[in-house]
Design a binder for this molecule. Structure first.
Ligand code: 13P
Length: 247
């Protein structure tokens, strides 16, 4: 079933004090909204702060595919579950481009977290160069085909389309550009997964703000957002959630 999700990827931001404030303030701002699911992805060192509360859904920003062993600084799916996470981001463009994660590695991570009953948000998206040279759909298809290789248990899978050129740049994809990519993603998922793509939630990410959320959510294949910068402030994040509800 497709859900309406507004998730916040906090990346390497905030500290324990500001996170405690967020946890205290945010639930009140959205307590009347039941039809949109909010999920927060804090830095892993602060996951314990979320474990101490039970109103905000949360998850890890990254994961290793092995369950345990000599992998210094890595975090296993079981550790995320132990910290109360139900979700995990896999393949964010910053992981792909800054830390060199490729589709084969991300496939291993996806298989591992799905087997561990976590809900992955698998991020895909093209760079500006790839878009300019008309390779956007080719790249998206490759990320889907290679990343989801041999995966059949897709009930918990969520996809986030995050064009790299729109992340943290203030330059959002127009609703039409985003819808075209989302439609392509859904069609590809339908082809790969015997029409089950219709049931997969596909989020948009890249400079989402209260000012552009409404026009984006109106698009047929955009089911919600993965928000970076605008998720750091409770009021702004709540505003985006509210705008979606009012659609
Ligand atoms: P911004 O909303 O800051 O552009 O970040 C998007 C993103 O990368 C979410 O994962």
């Amino acid at each position: 079933m497709r859900e309406t999700i507004v998730a916040g990827n906090w990346k390497m931001n905030l500290n324990s004090l500001s996170i405690m404030d967020f946890i205290k303030d945010f639930p009140h701002l959205v307590e009347d909204i039941t039809e949109v699911k909010n999920i927060i992805f804090p830095s892993s060192v602060y996951l314990y702060l979320f474990k101490e509360q039970n109103t905000i859904l949360y998850g890890g920003q990254n994961v290793h595919f092995e369950e345990k062993g000599a992998f210094t600084a890595e975090i296993s799916p079981g550790m995320l579950r132990d910290m109360g996470c139900k979700y995990v981001i896999i393949g964010h463009s910053e992981r792909r481009h800054i830390f060199g994660e490729n589709n084969d590695l991300l496939n291993k991570k996806l298989i591992s977290v799905l087997n561990n009953n976590l809900n992955p948000i698998y991020c895909i998206g093209e760079t500006l160069e790839e878009r300019k040279s008309n390779k956007a759909f080719e790249v998206l298809k490759k990320q889907l085909v290679e990343g989801l290789k041999d995966i059949e248990n897709i009930e918990k899978l969520i996809i986030a389309y995050e064009p790299v050129w729109a992340i943290g740049t203030g330059e959002t994809a127009t609703p039409e550009i985003a819808q075209e990519a989302h439609k392509f993603i859904r069609t590809t998922l339908n082809e790969m997964q015997s029409n089950r793509g219709e049931n997969i939630t596909v989020l948009y990410g890249g400079s989402v703000k209260p000012q552009n959320a409404k026009s984006l959510i109106k698009m047929q294949d955009i089911d919600g957002f993965l928000v970076g910068g605008a998720s750091l402030v409770p009021e702004t994040f709540a505003q985006i959630t509210r705008i979606i509800r009012e659609d």
